[in-house]
Design a protein around this ligand. Structure first.
Ligand code: TYM
Length: 335
């Protein structure tokens, strides 16, 4: 079972990233053969960014992932821009990708609408690069949050179309792995919107590296609802704020939402749910924050980890890219 996932080096990672994705990466690292995790700096250049900051952000993200439990000895952890095979396969896959499909992607529509100056072609082609990331390793399983479902479907279409056109079994059609609880963590202030680095509210976004006090404050102010009398139950449509807090508590405690609801049977109001959520989240994130500072301070160490990871990634990627080039008739014939 080969596992692959990617994460953007934009800003600090939030609770949605942690619950929807990072937790799953840690779970997958001993199941994966191997588990491959990539910090996608090539994706980060599709929207306005500061070149001087990009490398810093990659190191921030690397330290966060290791602090969260990734062990570079047990998984392949690397930076996308260090393995040039990603960019080449991305180009080759454009030949079996329909522009119409790219145009319809929700993420493209949302992100392009948010651009004030330039809607880059990179933003449109973002999902092709993402397909290349996974297909380059013939990965079977891709742990992601719910918002990546559409990109995963496109990736599967691209793989199928490639195989139909150039030869069966050259690429593996991957499966997504989306958690049953916590796949879409909502903004605490606007619980009908997902928690996000770019689109959400500052008070409604909990960062993995937030101090416990900041987390408590944000959770205490979370928007719930005015149902009278109050009820603590799951209802994503009718009670998105309460549902979000139940799910977060469940994931952070490592129990089911029903168990959380049962534990709050004598609650006097939503305040008790918020208290439970804040406690569970701070307990879950505290060790990550504590480990982060020391890891982040050792930049040479982080760079060495990424370089060793890139070396291993290249060794896995090269033969697959060679098969693709051969099947497509690109470049000199392989000897
Ligand atoms: P990124 O960095 O935006 O998100 C990283 C992961 O976090 C998940 N996520 C969430 N999960 C639950 N609730 C939320 N509110 C929430 N917000 C984000 C995302 O689903 C994602 O799994 N396009 C990818 C990066 C990527 C990739 C890949 C992923 C590039 N190549 C190949 C998988 C395979 C992204 O947007 O990451």
């Amino acid at each position: 079972m080969r596992i692959f996932s990617g994460i953007q080096p934009t800003g600090t990672k939030h609770l949605g990233n942690y619950v929807g994705a990072i937790r799953q990466y840690v779970e997958g690292q001993d199941r994966g053969d191997p588990a491959i995790y990539c910090i996608v700096d090539l994706h980060a250049v599709t929207v306005p960014y500061e070149p001087a900051q990009l490398r810093e952000r990659v190191l921030d993200t690397t330290a966060t992932l290791i602090a969260a439990g990734l062990d570079p000895e047990r998984c392949v952890l690397f930076r996308q821009g260090d393995v040039t095979e990603h960019a080449e396969l991305s180009w080759l896959l454009t030949s079996v990708t329909a522009v119409g499909e790219l145009n319809r992607m929700h993420q493209f529509r949302d992100k392009s609408a948010a651009q004030r100056e330039l809607v880059s072609a990179g933003l449109l082609f973002y999902p092709v690069l993402q397909a290349a990331d996974v297909l380059l390793y013939r990965a079977d399983e891709v742990p992601v949050g719910e918002d990546q479902r559409e990109h995963l479907e496109l990736m599967r279409d691209v793989a199928r179309r490639f195989n139909a056109r150039f030869g069966e079994d050259i690429l593996v059609v991957p499966e997504h792995r989306i958690p049953t609880v916590g796949a879409r963590i909502m903004d605490l202030q606007e619980p009908t919107r997902k928690m996000s680095t770019t689109g959400g509210s500052v008070e409604g976004t909990v960062y993995v590296l937030d101090e416990p006090k900041a987390i408590e404050k944000k959770v205490r102010r979370a928007v719930t609802d005015a149902e009278d009398p109050f009820t603590i139950r799951r209802d994503p449509k009718g009670k998105p704020g309460v549902t979000n807090l139940i799910d977060l508590t469940a994931v952070a405690r490592g129990v089911s939402p029903d168990e959380v609801i049962a534990s709050l049977e004598g609650a006097r109001g939503y305040g008790d749910l918020k208290l439970a959520a804040a406690e569970a989240i701070t307990t879950m994130l505290a060790p990550v924050r504590e480990r982060y500072a020391e890891l982040r301070a050792d930049e040479a160490g982080l760079e060495a980890i990424l370089e060793a990871g890139a070396e291993r990634a290249r060794a896995l990627a090269r033969p697959v890219l060679a098969d693709v080039r051969e099947a497509m008739g690109v470049g000199a014939r392989a000897r």
